[in-house]
Design a protein around this ligand. Structure first.
Ligand code: C2E
Ligand code: MG
Ligand code: MG
Length: 726
């Protein structure tokens, strides 16, 4: 070996020594490297050489490591008797190396020379060669730094192993628990290098004990936590001796999994740190179950979109976000026009597909951060965040998004061979921070959507406060209407119907609501509300019963006994399954003459279900009453069905009567209606007659019955009676 080759050799040796953590491999590897770099062919190491009493004598030692000699190899760990002069230079004078070696009984190889390298604390390395090596270098001196390094490494490794074996002894009792534990257990030394793992650890991580022994537990990490996460973990361990928490680790297969990691320090009685014990519980299954439950609880199963519950959560988040950054957000509520019809005609499956496809299109219309939720049925909600701080601009942005959605959802859908056309009605409401409550926002957007529907569908409508005021008034009115009947606030007014000579023929019963604060409320304002809420049913029953009772009372009055009473019947009331029976009961109960009772139906009521209408009217007619077709001309007047209905009278709507003298169109319509009723054998009456001109015009054209302010306004009972008795 030349001088300039020395440094790399030292370096190699130092690295070899530094990379071992247990004594045995440390010694063996060091020996191997020494032999490799020198011309010695074998060597051994004894770590604990006792003092030599007799320099020329022999001594019993234990071989801790052997390389290059098969005979010696077999003796590792066992006592061997060697010459003192071979092991310790302090032992005596330099003897002839070859002679000394020839006396070795423990090997058959004839060695001629040796090199003794002292290790300190009674240890020695002996290198053996069959020839006298030719080296110009003082090897002992040269290797001195490495040998010192090795001596220290040996001490460290021995300590290490002592701790470990101590721990293992301690653990012996816990062996069974360790082996059978469901949690993965990993024990490290004080430097946090893995010493031992249990079967569950292998099951969870995929690494066998051999693969991890001596390695840093960092090899298990997923790389998904940042530096701060681990420094916090270590701070906890060093401060409290304990840390636990959820960690994302990576299995040998590369799969990342969540686990619950508990780390404890183990110290000996003196407080010296011995080990760390880590327990790993794989919680991926629990997490999966949690995720599944979360999915069920917060997502719609058909479309996979967030459901109402998650929507509420997201909205509250958006409110908070808006409160922080001052920006507006928007909620869009949309409903597919005619979805029910598609469901009914094309089948539920197609309906479902349409909803799924709608969800997809909606998601494509918005950015990733925006929420698209399904409320159920064909109702979807989109939440837009981070719109402008300025209201008008935010409204424009929301409008643009809504328009994009409107166009996208109006494109035909190709579903299972069907081409489906639908359009959305979209309600929009802006919000900013917590200015409005969640309830209000949802209520407002509902109102806006309803407006969009009313505006003819395929439309976008913004919620505005005026609209809200109207909605609230409506809600109040509804609440009051619920109690109107029991509080006796409803009243019947009567408006006279006359013939060509202005003689009374009958009266129309018209409902009035005497509201304690609002005064007299017209039926035009509350009948639609009553229809929507279903309150029309009890109200209508009351009207019918009251009218019948009135008829009965008039029967005893010479002036009034020939008056018919016309009662308006709403669609919902007419469709009640027991409507016919109710009418019968009212007639019988009151004792009124059925021929004096006239029921007014509108075209839309009649048309809702023509067959049922015909059947029902037929039954009612058997009771002896008659029918008038109210507001005639405003609907789909068609001879087709008129012919089939058992009607008695047609009532020309007041809108035609109003301009009858000035609008030739209206005049023509009225004339046609009159002609038609003649053909059908029906009598005809005109309502809303206010002027003599109108009366005359109608009379000349063949309409000889009239109702209108010209003859009398709707009046309360007493006034009506008084009017007829003058
Ligand atoms: P309708 O059945 O067409 O009743 C005629 C309406 O025209 C009445 O309005 C009446 O006051 C009004 N009217 C009568 N003559 C004239 C006139 O010369 N000029 C003008 N401008 N108007 C005239 P009212 O009483 O406000 O009732 C409105 C509607 O409310 C009724 O229209 C009817 O559809 C409904 N309604 C009234 N009472 C009841 C009821 O008891 N049950 C049901 N279901 N609906 C009712
Ligand atoms: Mg009427
Ligand atoms: Mg009418």
């Amino acid at each position: 070996m030349e001088r300039d080759e020395v440094l790399p050799v030292l370096y190699d040796l130092a690295v070899t020594i530094g990379s071992e953590i247990s004594v045995k491999p440390l010694l063996t590897r060091t020996l191997q490297r020494l032999l490799y770099h020198t011309s010695f062919s074998a060597g051994f190491i004894c770590l604990d050489v006792p003092e030599c009493a007799d320099a020329d004598g022999e001594i019993e030692v234990r071989l801790d490591a052997v390389v290059g000699d098969f005979d010696l190899l077999g003796l590792i760990g066992r006592p061997v008797v060697l010459p003192c002069a071979l092991l310790s230079h302090l032992a005596g004078r330099e003897t002839d190396q070859a002679a000394l070696l020839s006396s070795l009984r423990c090997t058959l190889t004839q060695y001629k020379s040796f090199l003794r390298l002292p290790l300190g604390q009674g240890g020695v390395i002996v290198l053996l060669a069959a020839e006298i090596p030719e080296t110009t270098l003082p090897l002992t001196t040269m290797l001195q730094p490495v040998l010192e390094h090795l001596a220290k490494a040996i001490v460290l490794c021995r300590n290490n192993e002592a701790y470990t074996s101590g721990l293992l002894a301690q653990r012996y009792k816990l062996e069974e628990v360790f082996e059978s534990s469901y949690s993965g257990v990993m024990i490290t030394d004080a430097q946090a290098n893995i010493v031992e793992t249990n079967p569950a650890f292998t099951r969870i991580t995929g690494f066998s004990p051999e693969e991890v022994r001596g390695r840093d537990p960092r090899m298990l990490s997923s790389g998904l936590h940042d530096h701060g996460f681990y420094s916090e973990m270590w701070n906890g361990i060093l401060k409290d001796g304990h840390w636990e928490g959820e960690v994302l680790n990576r299995r040998k297969t590369g799969e990342v999994y969540p686990c619950w990691l508990t780390i404890n320090q183990v110290r000996d009685k003196a407080g010296e740190l011995l080990n760390y014990v880590g327990m790993i519980s794989d919680i991926s299954q629990r997490k999966e179950a949690e995720a599944q439950i979360h999915q069920l609880a917060f997502y719609d199963s058909l479309t996979g979109l967030p459901n109402r519950r998650l929507l509420v959560e997201r909205l509250l988040q958006s409110f908070s976000q808006g409160a922080r950054n001052g920006r507006h957000g928007a909620v869009l509520l949309l409903d597919l026009d005619g979805f029910k019809a598609i469901n009914d005609t094309k089948g539920l499956e197609t309906g479902d597909q349409l909803l799924v496809e709608t969800g997809k299109r909606l998601k494509d219309c918005v950015s990733d951060g925006d929420t698209v939720a399904r409320l159920g049925g064909d109702e979807f909600v989109v939440v837009l965040d981070a719109l402008s701080e300025r209201t008008e601009e935010a409204a424009a942005q929301a409008d643009k998004a809504a328009e994009l959605i409107r166009v996208e959802l109006s494109r035909p859908y190709q579903l299972d061979g069907h081409v489906i056309h639908t359009t959305p009605s979209i309600g929009v409401v802006l919000f900013r921070g917590h200015q409005q409550s969640l309830d209000d926002v949802l209520k407002h957007v509902d109102a806006a959507m309803y407006q969009a529907k009313k505006a003819g569908r395929n439309t976008i409508r913004f919620y505005d406060p005026e609209m809200q005021a109207a909605m609230e008034a409506r809600a109040d009115l509804e609440e009051d209407l619920r109690h109107a009947l029991e509080l006796n606030q409803l009243q019947l007014y009567f408006q006279v119907q006359v013939d060509s000579r202005s003689r009374p023929l009958g009266a129309e019963a018209l409902l009035r609501w005497q509201h304690p604060e609002r005064g007299l409320i017209s039926p035009a304002s509350f009948i639609p509300l009553a229809e929507e809420t279903g309150l029309i049913v009890p109200i209508g029953q009351w009207v019918l019963r009251s009218a019948c009772e009135q008829l009965k009372r008039w029967q005893h009055d010479a002036v009034l006994r020939d008056l018919t009473v016309a009662v308006n019947v709403s669609a919902r009331q007419f469709r009640q399954p027991d409507f016919v029976i109710q009418v019968q009961r009212d007639l019988i109960g009151s004792g009124a003459k059925p021929s004096m009772l006239k029921l007014e139906l509108t075209e839309s009521t009649v048309l809702e279900n023509v067959e049922d209408t015909i059947a029902r009217m037929g039954e009612l007619k058997l009771l002896g009453l008659s029918f008038s077709m109210d507001d005639f001309g405003t609907g789909y007047s068609s001879l087709q069905y008129l012919k089939r209905l058992p009607l008695d009278q047609i009532k020309i709507d007041q809108s035609f009567v109003r301009d009858i003298a000035s609008d030739p169109n209206d005049a023509a319509i009225v004339q046609t209606i009159i002609a038609m009723s003649e053909v059908l054998g029906l009598n005809v009456i005109a309502e809303g007659v206010e002027t003599e001109d109108q009366r005359e015009f109608l009379d000349r054209r063949g309409c000889h019955a009239f109702q209108g302010f010209l003859f009398g306004r709707p009046l309360p009972l007493r006034e009506f009676e008084a009017q007829l008795k003058v």
